[in-house]
Design a protein around this ligand. Structure first.
Ligand code: URA
Length: 433
């Protein structure tokens, strides 16, 4: 027994760690206690890091993961959108390079009367954060109260904003700890982290975009399948209509990675243009969300083409203080990477482009660091494109030109030019329900 202050604790953290270290199953009571006690500060950071590493090394059963997820949900509040009188649908991506899909997707789905509460996060490491991207729009505000979220869902139909601190606070602490203890890329911990937030958010239906490839947490199709299966089962068991698409993240999505650059590209998609892979994935996810929300007959492609999705976007940005007509900021310094030979582009590596964008200032090394709105990488050609020697392939953008050197180092070997066309697969690789 351990005592903290006057309270008598029913377990000892060391025993819980030892259980998982020795490959035994954690009991429901141990899991409930360890998550609650960690949130209260009774289980110390070093004890939770040891437990996270034991889980990383020895795994958890589906029963343990479900209980761990429930305990994280119970660490905070749950949101309730039932008063809206409309079906709600949400999308969550496991994170990738150039993944701006939430921006066109939320207003697009809202066109059809489905409410889209997108509670989003900020970027950490080489993957960008949706809130950081939107904050490059002059005046736009990420933090909304629960009442403001409800009002915006009623009036506009879509809201993209910061998840409040009350939602799964255990995950907030644990995610920051995992980030500094090499325990992020672990299926039980990723699945419980994502699904605790999504279930606590209270959406009726959820579409998961599980990324696969160099720029994703899951590098192989098998590990992405396992993550998707685990999350779909957790959602379904909690009464959330959940499906997952496994999608390619071996090369950056679209032609931009970086905050304002990605907003610009998203607006192009909303205007009926934009890169084909971004349009394809936006439509695939919109169709899944609309089907899950009982609108399988809806035609999202038409709503992109005729400006209805753009109208909702503009209303959504305005509702949060942003000016959809204000020019987006542009970096004062650029540098170009050109093709070294004639041929067919066979690889533009997602992870390396993501790290370059991050080093240029688009991302942060520690939570709370500022990001540059204008920094990032523009990609001028995609795998399968024929290129000629000297043709610009990438443009690097930054406000601080001393960053070019390290960004260019990150790109070493990122681009391959061959003689034959590579096999270019569809962006959606598999569907799991
Ligand atoms: N996103 C999350 O919210 N949690 C993880 O563990 C990984 C990605």
């Amino acid at each position: 027994m351990t005592s903290a202050g006057n309270a008598v604790e029913p377990f000892d953290a060391v025993d819980v760690i030892r259980t998982k270290r020795d490959r035994q199953l954690l009991s429901d009571a141990q899991i409930d206690w360890v998550i609650d006690a960690y949130t209260r500060g009774v289980v110390a950071e070093e004890q939770m890091s040891a437990l996270a590493m034991a889980i990383f090394l020895n795994g958890m059963t589906r029963t343990e993961i479900a209980r761990w997820t429930a305990a994280m949900i119970n660490s905070g509040q749950r949101m309730d959108f039932s008063g809206l009188g409309r079906r709600t649908a949400d999308k969550h991506s496991t994170g990738g390079v150039g993944d701006k899909i939430t921006l066109p997707l939320a207003p697009l789905v809202a066109v059809f009367g489905v409410a889209v509460p997108q509670l989003s996060g900020r970027g950490l490491g080489h993957t960008g954060g949706t809130l950081d991207k939107l904050e490059s729009i002059p005046g736009w505000r990420a933090s909304l109260s629960n009442d403001e979220i409800m009002a915006q869902l009623r009036d506009v139909g879509a809201v993209i904003c910061a998840a409040g601190t009350g939602l799964a606070p255990a995950d907030k602490k644990l995610y920051a700890l995992r980030d500094t203890t090499a325990t992020v890329d672990c299926v039980p911990l990723i699945a419980s982290s994502i699904m605790s937030k999504k279930i606590a958010e209270g959406t009726d239906s959820l579409v998961l975009d599980v990324k696969v490839g160099s720029g994703a947490f899951m590098k192989s199709l098998d590990s992405a399948r396992e993550l998707a299966r685990t999350m779909v089962d957790l959602g379904t068991d909690a009464g959330v209509n959940t499906v997952a698409l496994l999608t390619d993240m071996s090369t950056p999505l679209g032609l931009t990675a970086g905050n304002a650059l990605e907003v610009r590209e998203s607006v192009e998609v909303l205007a009926g243009g934009g890169p084909s892979d971004v349009v394809e994935l936006t439509l695939a996810l919109a169709e899944e969300m609309l089907t899950a929300a009982g609108r399988p007959e809806a035609d999202p492609a038409a709503a992109l083409a005729d400006g209805r999705a753009m109208d909702v976007w503009r209303a959504m940005i305005r509702a949060q203080g942003g000016d959809p007509d204000a020019p987006l900021p542009v970096a004062p310094h650029t540098e170009t990477v050109s093709a070294e030979r004639d041929g067919v582009l066979s690889r533009v590596d997602a992870l390396q482009v993501g790290v370059a964008a991050w080093r240029l200032g688009a991302g942060r090394a520690r939570s709370g660091d500022p990001v540059q709105a204008t920094a990032g990488v523009e990609v001028h050609a995609k795998p399968g494109d024929r290129v000629s020697k000297g043709q610009p392939l990438l443009t690097l953008h930054t406000e601080t030109p001393e960053r070019f050197g390290r960004a260019l180092e990150a790109l070493d070997g990122a681009i391959e030019i061959g003689d034959a066309s590579p096999e270019v697969s569809s962006i959606v690789l598999e569907r799991i329900e």
